[in-house]
Structures are given as structure tokens and as C-alpha cells.
Design a protein around this ligand. Structure first.
Ligand code: NAD
Length: 456
């Protein structure tokens, strides 16, 4: 079945229909309409998968998708046009430009934590650029995967866009095919498998992976705002956010105030009995739920620490000064558990941050401009925010992605269009002049040759 889909998409791409800007716009508009019609059903599916609160589903899944769609529809014509560049004197007389062209058929593999957004957002980029696409959403958010399938079947013919549901076997079968582009969002472990499969055909990839994101709070920070913004960014989606702050490095002098602020904001957001809050999601998979439970073994808990196996509830939990060898400080914490580590002097920070290189996100809370700048320049990370968390994802002008261990490539807005386009360089020469200097036999003296170097 996968082979047939792949052949159908190859044949369809060869008709050049998907390259036509009017065609692309027509289908993006249809998709927009269908998502608007199905918005409540998408939210219901997300609730069925992991009790995602409706407000969060609207804010972080459907509305971001719709905004991305509207932005693409508005700008696609301009993005698709050839981009003139200043001609080189060496080519005189000439016109020179960059022509974006689609790659062909794109494979998009997505995870379960923002299952709607992380499938639709790359799809919008792929189609804006004129590609066809096959989507493989996660098996761990089955209700959302189903509605993605329903929407796609209603809007697109399968030779243009189609959904393959299933788990590792489905992914493996898809990866065995030759693709012109692969866009993968998920764990670094699986990202490496995808990269290897892509290499067999020299297929370009985007890998949106994970990292252990530091959140530094220095002694000059506004603790009131820092605690509110950290609590929001950490506990939205029950901590299952790839760019959530993973662990806090706080200056000793403000640690107690920060902890008090975090506790108070968690209670303000979700009440005293958090399990009963309609605004707090559940852990999506039993595997991750069990991992989170295990992480708290032997730790000193400052707040929270309760679980409920019945629906995979994990209470927002603050962990005090965990040893660096413990599991909570080994890899990414993909849930509502926040380790808090204090430091005395800035020189100690590097010992923690350099342990987990190339984080996907990076946060600094400080009013010291020199410190902010030092932190932003000193470390390599996907993207970051000063004095807030997560919000750098919200600006379509900023490319979203990782570096090194946390990924390859950045997308959103025009960056998505560029990512899914090959940028062809084209020179058009005029015929009325043909300067003979470059042709053999070479008659120009070597001295003169060196003098005209500034033409190069
Ligand atoms: P995952 O890597 O386990 O799975 C992602 C996708 O890959 C799923 O569709 C899955 O079916 C498929 N897959 C799993 N094993 C495979 C294999 N052996 N071969 C081929 N395909 C396979 O990730 P997940 O658990 O679904 O998602 C959570 C992870 O994703 C976290 O680490 C998180 O940080 C990361 N993430 C990153 C971003 C980002 O934008 N960088 C966004 C969301 C999540």
C-alpha cells in the first residue's frame, strides 16, 4: 500500500500541478476552511488522547495552525517569485536570480505531544512550497491521528496529500522508500534512525529533536514574573513540551523566593486539588508516565510529587537539588517535574549547562543586560527567550528548530517555505556582447589578471 501511495505521488508531482501557485492556494484555503469547521472535533480528540484542556488545544494547536495557514495563503505568491540578485560583473551583461522550486514528495513524521500542530505546521510549509506530502502522525495520540486523517481525506486527493496511520512498523515501511525531503519531529534517538535512512538516498532532512533546556534565574531577576512565567511554560501541556524549561539554575540568594513564587503560581493556575483541575492535562503514554514516576525515587520534593495511575496524572512537582547522576538530571524531563539547582557564582553555571550541549531552548531571567548577553552568546542552542519561557515559538519571523543534538533546520512562516524549497541559482546571459578574455589561448598578461581581481 505504501508503494502505491508513493508511486501515485511521484506521478502526480510529475504533472507539475502542485507547482502552480493558484493550485497551492486553493488547497491551503480548503484546508483552512476544514480545520475551522472541525476545530471543536480536533479539541475533543486532544481531550480524548490526554485530557488536553480546550483552551490549550485552541491556543497551542488549532489557532497556531490556522495562523500559519493564513500567513502562507497571504504570502505564497510573493514567496514563490524569483528573487533577483545583483548581477556579477564577470557575467556582464546578464540577469541573475534565485528561483525556489519544490523538492517533490515529502514525508512528515510527527510526535504525540502537540500532535495536531506538529503534523499540520510542516504540512503547510511543504504545500506552500509546491510539494506533495505523506503524513505519519503518532500512534500514541490515536484520536488526533484519526481526525487528521479525516480532515486530509476530505480536503486532498491522496496523490497530493495522504495520511498513513500506525507506529514504528508504518514509519519503517515509509522510511524504506525514496523521498525528496523528510521532516521528522520527535526524539533524538529516532531522529538518528531517520537520518540514516535518509542518507541512503541523499534525501535532505529537517530533524526537530529534543534537549535538556536550562532556565537560569540570577539574583537581579524579577522573581515575581520569573516564577509565574516559568510555571506557565513548564506546566502547560503537563510539561510535555519540547521547549519547556527542563531544569532551573537559580542564584542561592533568590532561591527561596523563587520556590515560594512557583508554588503560589501553581496553586493559582490549577487550584489546591490539581487533579480536579480542568486546566491540567495528563501524560499521554504509559511509558512516559512510568519514567516520570521513576524519576522521583529518592528525590527531595519541594512541592507536589503525587500520581494517579488511573489516568496517568502527574502533579506539578518541584525537586530540590537533585544529584547530577540521578535520572531526573540524565536526559530530558518530558512531564511536569522541575528540578531546581542553586548556584553561588556565575562560574558554576558552565558545569551544568555544558553537560547537556545544544539544548533546544534556553532561558535566562535577569535584569543584568551584560549577563543576558553573555549567556545568549556563550552557548549554542536552538532558540531562547530572555525573561520568559516558550514564547520565542510564537513569532513566525523567527525560525524554530534545534542545533547539533537538538536538531537540523528551522521552520515557521517564510522559513518553512524556504526549508521545503530548493533555491535554484540562475544566470541569463545576453548575446550582444561576449568579452573574449576568458577563452584560451590566454592572451591577457598575468600581471593584468592579478589587477582585475576585484571583479571576482
Ligand atoms: P518518538 O521519537 O518516539 O516518535 C516520533 C515519531 O517517530 C512517531 O510518529 C513514531 O511513530 C515514530 N517512530 C518511533 N520509533 C521509530 C522508529 N524506530 N523508526 C521510525 N519511526 C519511529 O518521539 P515521541 O515520543 O512521539 O515525542 C516526544 C519527543 O519528541 C521528545 O523527545 C520531544 O522533545 C520531541 N519533540 C521535539 C519537538 C521539536 O520541535 N523539536 C517537538 C515536539 C516533540
Amino acid at each position: 500500500m505504501v508503494k502505491q501511495l508513493v508511486t501515485a505521488q511521484n506521478d502526480f508531482f510529475a504533472t507539475h500541478k502542485s507547482k502552480d501557485v493558484a493550485f497551492r492556494k486553493k488547497y491551503l484555503k480548503k484546508l483552512l476552511q476544514e480545520i475551522e469547521d472541525q476545530e471543536d472535533a480536533v479539541c475533543d480528540a486532544l481531550y480524548a488522547d490526554f485530557k488536553k484542556p480546550k483552551f490549550e488545544s485552541l491556543a497551542t494547536e488549532t489557532q497556531l495552525t490556522l495562523a500559519e495557514l493564513k500567513h502562507a495563503i497571504k504570502n505564497i505568491k510573493e514567496w514563490s517569485e524569483p528573487n533577483s540578485v545583483g548581477p556579477s560583473l564577470l557575467n556582464f551583461p546578464s540577469k541573475e536570480w534565485i528561483q525556489p522550486e519544490p523538492y517533490g514528495k515529502v514525508l512528515i513524521i510527527s510526535p504525540w505531544n502537540y500532535p495536531f500542530l506538529l503534523t499540520m505546521s510542516p504540512l503547510i510549509g511543504a504545500l506552500s512550497a509546491g510539494n506533495t506530502a505523506i503524513l505519519k502522525p503518532s500512534e500514541f495520540s490515536p484520536n488526533t491521528s484519526k481526525i487528521i486523517g479525516r480532515i486530509v481525506r476530505k480536503v486532498f486527493p491522496p496523490e497530493y496529500v495522504t495520511v498513513v496511520e500506525g507506529g514504528v512498523e508504518a514509519s519503517t515501511e515509509l522510511l524504506a522508500e525514496k523521498w525528496e525531503y523528510i521532516f521528522f519531529t520527535g526524539s533524538t534517538r529516532v531522529g538518528k534512525i531517520v537520518y540514516q535512512k535518509a542518507a541512503e538516498h541523499l534525501t535532505p532532512v529537517t530533524l526537530e529533536l529534543s534537549g535538556k533546556n536550562p532556565c537560569i534565574v540570577d539574583e537581579t531577576a524579577s522573581i515575581k514574573l520569573a516564577s509565574k512565567r516559568i510555571a506557565w511554560g513548564k506546566f502547560i501541556n503537563a510539561g510535555q513540551t519540547c521547549i519547556a524549561p527542563d531544569y532551573i539554575l537559580v542564584h542561592k540568594s533568590v532561591k527561596n523566593d523563587l520556590v515560594a513564587g512557583l508554588k503560589s503560581h501553581i496553586e493559582q493556575f490549577y487550584g489546591n486539588t490539581i487533579e480536579n483541575s480542568e486546566d491540567f492535562a495528563r501524560i499521554t503514554t504509559s511509558k512516559h508516565y512510568e519514567e516520570l514516576k521513576a524519576m522521583l525515587q529518592g528525590q527531595k520534593i519541594l512541592f507536589g510529587g503525587n500520581f494517579n495511575d488511573k489516568d496517568r496524572f502527574v502533579e506539578p512537582t518541584l525537586v530540590d537539588e537533585p544529584p547530577l547522576e540521578s535520572t531526573v538530571m540524565e536526559g530530558e524531563v518530558f512531564g511536569p517535574i522541575l528540578p531546581i539547582i542553586s548556584y553561588d557564582d556565575e562560574s558554576e553555571l558552565d558545569n551544568y549547562i555544558s553537560r547537556y550541549p545544544n539544548s533546544l531552548a534556553f532561558y535566562v531571567f535577569s535584569t543584568n543586560k551584560k549577563f543576558q548577553k553573555r549567556m545568549m552568546l556563550q552557548y549554542s542552542f536552538g532558540g531562547g527567550t530572555i525573561n520568559d519561557t516558550v514564547v520565542h515559538i510564537s513569532n513566525k519571523s523567527l525560525p524554530f528548530g534545534g542545533v547539533g543534538q537538538s536538531g537540523i533546520g528551522g521552520y515557521h512562516g517564510k522559513h518553512s517555505f524556504d526549508l521545503f524549497s530548493h533555491h535554484k541559482s540562475i544566470v541569463k546571459r545576453a548575446n550582444w556582447l561576449d568579452i573574449p578574455l576568458r577563452y584560451a589561448p590566454y592572451t591577457i598578461s598575468l600581471g593584468l589578471m592579478k589587477k582585475i581581481k576585484h571583479f571576482f
